[in-house]
Design a protein around this ligand. Structure first.
Ligand SMILES: CC[C@H](O)CC(=O)C(=O)O
Ligand code: MN
Length: 341
């Protein structure tokens, strides 16, 4: 039976949530989560390493399980949901994209820093050639003014993206900033617009509602908030809120609540909360996926992780510069040592 949907939700816990559990997903976990999401009516489920296809590495963290096995597992249990993959040009290549498509992934989300859309044309056109629904995913959207975001989104549209997303990777945007960004993209683009939020300032839900009000029809969420930093807009809560607003998602609320409580909560290494570190990320505008890396560096050098995060914010460090986390930690530690001599 086809569902009536006013907007389309992409569940990202099996990709963005990978950051929160240090990329330790097992095939069994993916099978049970994807099956339940499919049965609940979720239309898109993203599966990959947290940093996208081929992210498993020393720089980003090794996956416990080959992501292609996870994608294959998710595809095998879905009867209506489409499996999406994320790809960051420079990390993932056309080879992994083809492999994921051959395994049955039907959506490709090609992610670039908000000012670097021009690295994505090859990957976007290959995804289209492979018959995948293709998304341009503009990360760290708080770092560019609205006009720049529009320019970059138009580039992605010109390369063939079917949908363009505003991605609040740091959970740093405020509702009025989301609204003006989505509104501008709706005015200047002909494709659907999406929003992906993080909850570091406790604004993921408010920002998502602002995005929907401004015309976004593609929305990301992570069940039980299982995403990087303080997590994303909590999917099951979003479904309840949208139902109260009379907005149809085609997703069953009770089934999502049960999945969150019975299957996803036990996967979490710690409950998803706004901790001093994730709050600092939203406040300083830091990529949410840096959380565990910064914590580890702070422990290693015996310093406060907030000092590392604030300094990274001052230096405007972006995704792909994970090596800077240890550099900054070492610098802070040596300055502290000199000062206390
Ligand atoms: C490292 C990729 C990143 O996690 C993508 C994403 O979800 C975001 O920028 O928020
Ligand atoms: Mn994210």
């Amino acid at each position: 039976m086809s569902k009536t949907r006013d907007l389309y939700i992409t569940e990202v816990a099996l990709r963005d949530g990978s950051h929160a559990i240090a990329h330790q997903y097992t095939v069994d976990q993916v099978l049970s989560v994807a099956k339940a999401l499919d049965e609940a009516g979720v239309p898109y489920i993203e599966v990959a390493h947290g940093d996208g296809l081929a992210g498993s590495s020393l720089q980003y963290g090794f996956s416990r399980t080959d992501e292609m096995k996870l994608i294959e597992a998710a595809v095998s249990v879905c009867s209506q949901a489409k499996i999406a993959v994320l790809l960051l040009p420079g990390i993932g290549t056309l080879k992994e994209l083809k492999e994921a498509a051959a395994l049955g992934a039907k959506m490709a989300r090609v992610a670039t820093h908000v000012t670097e859309a021009d690295v994505s044309p090859q990957h976007i056109s290959m995804a289209k050639e492979l018959g995948m629904e293709t998304v341009g995913f503009l990360m760290m959207a708080h770092m560019a003014p609205v006009e720049k975001l529009v320019e970059q989104a138009k580039l992605m549209e010109s390369y063939g993206a079917d949908i363009v997303y505003v991605v609040d990777s740091a959970g740093a945007l405020l509702p009025y900033e989301v609204k003006e960004r989505i509104h501008a993209l709706k005015q200047h683009l002909g494709v659907e617009i999406g929003f992906h939020g993080h909850n570091n300032l406790s604004l993921a839900m408010a920002n998502t509602l602002a995005a929907i009000e401004a015309g976004a029809t593609r929305i990301d969420g992570s069940i039980r908030c299982l995403g990087a930093g303080a997590g994303n807009t909590q999917t099951e809560v979003l479904i309840a809120v949208l139902e109260r607003m009379g907005i149809q998602t085609g997703i069953d609320l009770y089934q999502m609540m049960d999945l969150a409580e019975d299957i996803v909560a036990p996967i979490l290494q710690a409950p998803q909360e706004i901790t001093r570190d994730s709050l600092t990320m939203g406040y300083a505008g830091i990529y949410s996926s840096f959380l565990l890396h910064a914590k580890r560096a702070a422990e290693r050098f015996g310093i406060d992780s907030r000092d590392i995060l604030l300094e990274l914010g001052r230096r405007k460090v972006v995704g792909g510069q994970e090596d800077m986390i240890v550099d900054v930690a070492a610098e802070i530690a040596s300055k502290t040592e000199i000062a206390t001599r």
